[in-house]
Design a binder for this molecule. Structure first.
Ligand code: PLP
Length: 387
């Protein structure tokens, strides 16, 4: 390809498209920027912008108050001992796996774990033993099976797994497992527990100590109103020296962080949204009430909510035989639902899905949720009349 003017004209500023839709995309509801973050994104958008203020260690920058944020505010927010920012939940998980386990070791994952947990384990050259769930309709993780999985690893390899993980909640059904019980089981075998809170940190109150989490992982762009990629990693003091060990050649640089992580707009947007994020976690009971209310509206239409019931999170998975049936005869088949919702200015259910889909009610609000529910009802009525 010759990079002449005509080839280059494809690039440059590209508008994103309509921004005023009601958004129920689980990936996006918790990552919408606050006004403060939007301003910070432009203000700090230049590459390496925070490095003007750095004496060699990102998390020790005093002005802007990155040190205060990483060493005081985030540990308080998560109730954990030591925190670092990373480039995302997956990077946080990889850092823990890579430092806590040796090549060939086993780690325990819940079967509902996100693909990035598996890929992180593969990159760290680890083996995975899975803890099963109950299958449809609840997909409940078999908490007691953490003991079985650990026992199996001990029998097969002669030593305990290096780490166990629970996805809290999982990214498909929004199920919140009994993490305290899991922690108790793991700790009975001296296996440290990592809690993947990609969908919880920044949405709901999270107390790592109370949960019994040795490591807590969050995603800034998923749940902390940040322009990513950015994540957080909290660790218990006991493991900080392993996970955040320093380079023998470059004394202040932490090896697993490759010396430095979020060095520009990403950390500044996370700090900009932080006051709002802390406050919104205090409103969690209302968010759960909204999710349950919306779920019951859909169930009245014959759309079945899978996972925990009553549900305890804004992320929900539905089975919709009614939409599936319509898709069998509708023009454009399975794309009808996406088109109809788009026409009603509702964004977030994946194009082409009808029988199963997930959505999030986080920060959508009752009024908009009512509109979404009414829209579902109108779409069903329209196609059923047409038959
Ligand atoms: C989205 C998601 C991730 C990935 O988060 P990143 O910050 O983009 O790495 C990991 N785990 C779960 C459960 C998720 O839902």
């Amino acid at each position: 390809m010759v990079l002449d003017d005509s080839a280059l004209s494809k690039f440059g500023f590209i508008p994103r498209g309509p921004k005023d839709a009601i958004n129920i995309d689980p990936l996006q509801t918790g990552g919408i920027l606050t006004e403060e973050a939007r301003k910070s994104l432009v203000e700090w958008g230049d590459g390496y912008s925070v490095c003007d203020f750095c004496g060699g260690v990102l998390d020790l920058i005093k002005k802007p108050p990155i040190e205060e944020f990483i060493h005081n505010a985030l540990p308080e927010f998560l109730n954990t001992d030591v925190v670092r920012v990373t480039h995302g939940a997956r990077e946080s998980k990889f850092i823990v796996m890579h430092s806590m386990a040796q090549e060939g070791d086993y780690i325990i994952l819940d079967e509902l774990a996100h693909y990035s947990s598996y890929v992180a384990a593969q990159r760290a050259r680890l083996n995975v033993k899975k803890v099963p769930h109950s299958g449809a309709p609840e997909y409940k993780t078999d908490v007691e099976a953490y003991a079985t999985a650990i026992e199996e690893v001990i029998t097969e390899t002669g030593k305990a797994p290096a780490l166990a993980q629970i996805t809290y909640p999982d990214g498909n059904y929004g199920n919140l497992a009994d993490v305290q019980r899991i922690s108790k089981i793991c700790h009975d075998y001296d296996v440290p527990l990592m809690v993947n809170g990609a969908y919880s940190v920044g949405r709901m109150p999270i107390d790592a100590k109370k949960m019994g989490a040795d490591f807590i992982v969050g995603s800034g762009h998923k749940s902390m109103a940040s322009s990513g990629p950015i994540g957080v990693l909290g660790a218990k003091e006991d493991y900080a020296d392993i996970v955040f060990r320093k380079s023998p050649t470059h004394k202040v640089k932490e090896v697993e962080l490759l010396g430095c992580t979020a060095r520009g707009a990403t950390i500044m947007t996370m700090m900009a949204s932080f006051p709002d994020v802390v406050r919104r976690t205090r409103n969690w009971d209302n968010e759960v009430a909204d999710a349950r209310w919306f779920s019951s509206k859909l169930e009245d239409m014959g759309i079945i909510q899978m996972g925990d019931k009553p549900h305890n999170h804004d992320l929900m998975f539905f089975e919709a035989p009614v939409f599936y049936e319509i898709s069998q005869t509708a023009k454009k088949g399975r794309y009808f639902l996406y088109r109809e919702l788009k026409a009603k200015n509702i964004h977030g259910i994946k194009s082409g899905l009808t029988k199963y889909f997930k959505l999030s009610t986080f920060q959508v609000g009752r009024e908009n949720l009512q509109y979404v529910a009414d829209s579902f009802e109108e779409i069903i009525a329209k196609y059923q009349k047409a038959e």
